[in-house]
Design a protein around this ligand. Structure first.
Ligand SMILES: [Zn+2]
Length: 221
């Protein structure tokens, strides 16, 4: 039985929800972390994360820690802060790029782990992720950098890093995906129904053969 504490960066979305359930199923003690950067969808994501943690209630689940990593001074008028020009359903995943996303998330979370005696930190990136900062090479380099910085030992993990979305979905049995949130342009707390992420979400439920219980503010355009 594995009882080492593993910190997990949660987004309230589908992949990190499945990874959370997967780690708990493997008897990890899980420290959930949420990093708030000031992006337009985060309050909805945080609410979903809290719903998910409540639903998966387990003695191996530690209380959620919320970290602050504001990016307004870096991103300026970027769509992730203004909601103007959010990539639509017909855009490639590359359109969803956020500069330095995993570098910012992992650096903040890694330092928190080192200061709190947690030696493993996981992120739910998948194999087909097109961005360099989701790669094994990046994780290895950052792990080395964090250790060179002089803190405690820390392992950066991407447990789903060799899996496709469909392979991850096969692990989703029993995971309350209806509680997750994955929209880049929330409309009063609802999924917008028109963005890149909403399109992906619809496809997930369709491929799973599960009824999509999501309330979308708009039909697909
Ligand atoms: Zn959306």
């Amino acid at each position: 039985m594995c009882r080492t504490t593993t910190a997990l960066l949660l987004s309230g979305g589908l992949d990190s929800a499945v990874l959370l359930a997967h780690l708990l199923g493997q008897k990890h003690r899980v420290q959930p972390l949420f990093v708030r950067c000031g992006l337009i969808w985060e309050e909805a994501e945080l609410a979903a994360t809290q719903r998910l943690l409540k639903a998966l209630d387990s003695h191996n689940l530690l209380p959620l820690i919320v970290l602050e990593q504001p990016v307004a001074d870096l991103y300026g008028p970027h769509w992730s802060l203004t909601g103007r020009g959010v990539p639509g359903a017909d855009t490639p995943d590359e359109a969803m790029y956020l500069p330095g996303r995993n570098l910012l998330l992992l650096t903040k979370a890694a330092l928190w782990c080192q200061l709190h005696g947690v030696q493993r930190l996981a992120l739910g990136v998948l194999g087909p992720n097109p961005f360099a900062d989701a790669s094994q090479a990046f994780f290895d380099a950052l792990q080395r950098a964090v250790q060179l910085a002089g803190g405690a030992p820390l392992e950066l993990l991407r447990p789903f890093g060799n899996l496709t979305k469909d392979q991850v979905l096969k692990l989703a049995d029993g995971v309350p995906l209806e509680l997750t949130f994955s929209c880049a342009d929330p409309q009063q707390g609802l999924h917008c129904g028109r963005c890149n992420k909403c399109h992906e979400r619809r496809e997930v439920f369709r491929r799973l053969g599960r009824k999509d219980p999501t309330v979308y503010a708009h039909s697909p355009s």
